[in-house]
Write a protein that binds this ligand. Structure first.
Ligand code: IPE
Ligand code: MG
Length: 220
């Protein structure tokens, strides 16, 4: 979800106004996703490297997160959206881990969309922690995916805001993800942009390292 700050600056607004506008995008995108065939949507809200930002901006983002969890849980539950949060919880401000747990419990039966929000998230740290939990004997591709809570591989990875990098997001899960980069700033991103990204994805030839059509007939 990149581009909140630049969106605000371009309008002569403080960066926090961009982050507030970005929260509204979450709702638009989550509402549009199921009809486009998206069952799981993971949003990168706050990376472990974002702690480096000024305390005022970090505080504002945490307040937005708290308000989102408190204000949106009912709507998410009513719309059949299951909310889960990935990332570290031990460094979050007081009250937020509890708010996350409440939102996750209240939306646990949602089966229309699995909305995952990454907060204090680093994919490299998540992989290290999962590998340490499993130990050398327990390591396998499937085991690590499960330990990461991966909910399947990422098919399509969208980055808004014009940058073309992964920034430590879902590195294991996105091994074969199709990448879609758009200059649209996150606050301006909407259902049409999501549909365009899905159309782009649908047109890709996914071979997973093989050939298409296969040179050797595949066993049924
Ligand atoms: C949102 O956009 C990402 C968050 C950390 C919430 P940015 O804050 O990265 O906005 P830009 O890149 O400065 O425009
Ligand atoms: Mg940015």
């Amino acid at each position: 979800m990149d581009g909140n700050g630049r969106w605000a600056s371009a309008r002569g607004l403080p960066r926090g106004a961009g982050h507030r506008a970005g929260v509204k995008t979450i709702q638009r995108v989550a509402e549009a996703a199921p009809a486009l065939g998206i069952g799981t949507l993971t949003l990168y809200a706050f990376s472990s490297d974002n702690w480096r930002r000024p305390a005022e901006e970090v505080g504002g983002l945490m307040r937005l997160l708290r308000a989102y969890l408190r204000g949106e849980t009912d709507r998410l539950a009513r719309s059949g959206t299951r909310l889960t949060v990935i990332g570290r919880r031990d460094r979050l401000p007081p009250g937020i881990p509890e708010a996350i747990e409440r939102a996750e419990a209240a939306t646990a039966s949602g089966d229309r969309l699995h909305l995952r929000i990454a907060v204090d998230y680093s994919s490299r740290d998540a992989i290290l922690a999962a590998a340490a939990r499993l130990g050398p004997e327990g390591l396998s591709r499937e085991g690590l995916s499960e330990a990461l809570g991966a909910d399947g591989d990422v098919d399509l990875l969208i980055r808004t805001g014009g940058e073309k990098r992964l920034s430590d997001f879902l590195l294991w899960e996105a091994a074969y993800a199709e990448l879609h980069f758009t200059d649209r700033m996150w606050p301006d991103f909407g259902a049409t942009d999501l549909a365009a990204a899905v159309a782009d994805f649908t047109a890709r030839d996914r071979r997973f390292g093989g050939l298409n059509p296969p040179a050797v007939p595949q066993a049924a």
